[in-house]
Design a protein around this ligand. Sequence first.
Ligand code: MG
Length: 291
Amino acid sequence: MRLIRFGDTCHERPGVLGPDDQRIDVSAFAKDWNEEFFDSDGLARLDAWLTKNVERCPIVGDEVRLGPCVARPSKIICIGLNYVGHVRETGAEMPKEPVIFFKSTTSLCGPNDDLIIPPGSKKTDWEVELAVVIGSRARYVAEESAMECVAGYALHNDYSERHWQLERSGQWVKGKSFDSFAPVGPFLATKQEIPDPHSLGLWLSVNGERRQESSTSDMIFKIPTLVSYLSQFMTLLPGDIVSTGTPFGVGLGLDPPLYLSPGDVVELGIDGLGVSRQRAVAFESLGARAS
Ligand code: MG
């Protein structure tokens, strides 16, 4: 199954994509794709419900906004420096175990929402990533059983403001947490849709120019390792997002570095997980909408 959320910001409703990519409103079945849904065997219940009811569900127009494909989770956990080429381009040391950091959950937004460049920012950068959505509570899980805790996967752009991430007392979270810095979707593909998440092509373009192109096969630490590792430090809750790191080709790694400006258009995709598109706008241009 492929799960979407549609409607205005903070008022999204749950849907699924049909075989021909038509958007199907399933708000008659569930309130939202949230912790409660995943924690109550929601994916299996949804599958059974659709078999009987899909013909009666309304179709949603293509003009309707897509929200992030899961409701605001308890945590967005990111893995840093998880592709060899990206480690080299940043000049960092090769990690001996996973590097982890958080994004604020308020950075979450729809896949095609505008990227808001923060006030005064000159170093807003892109990072295409495979995001893992947790399906069941994970605490001290072994690698061998870690995939049982995964609901599925989604496309994520881990936007990063490099000045605040790297030049201001070493707290990455400051450069990762601005509003609109975590577009997730267009859809959550359940595990069954993606038989091997470690062999997916992923790419990103800026203004039509390809900047990132790689494969999830190049991840240093694979998904079972990451889920197991994280669960040693914190309980992963259903609906939580774990973003698995970005490959080579970020703006920071170019010579000279290249960062985003208002008017730039970023497009990205992962095999089987769709594409998303964000237009960069200046915070200052939003006026009353910014509050
Ligand atoms: Mg990242």
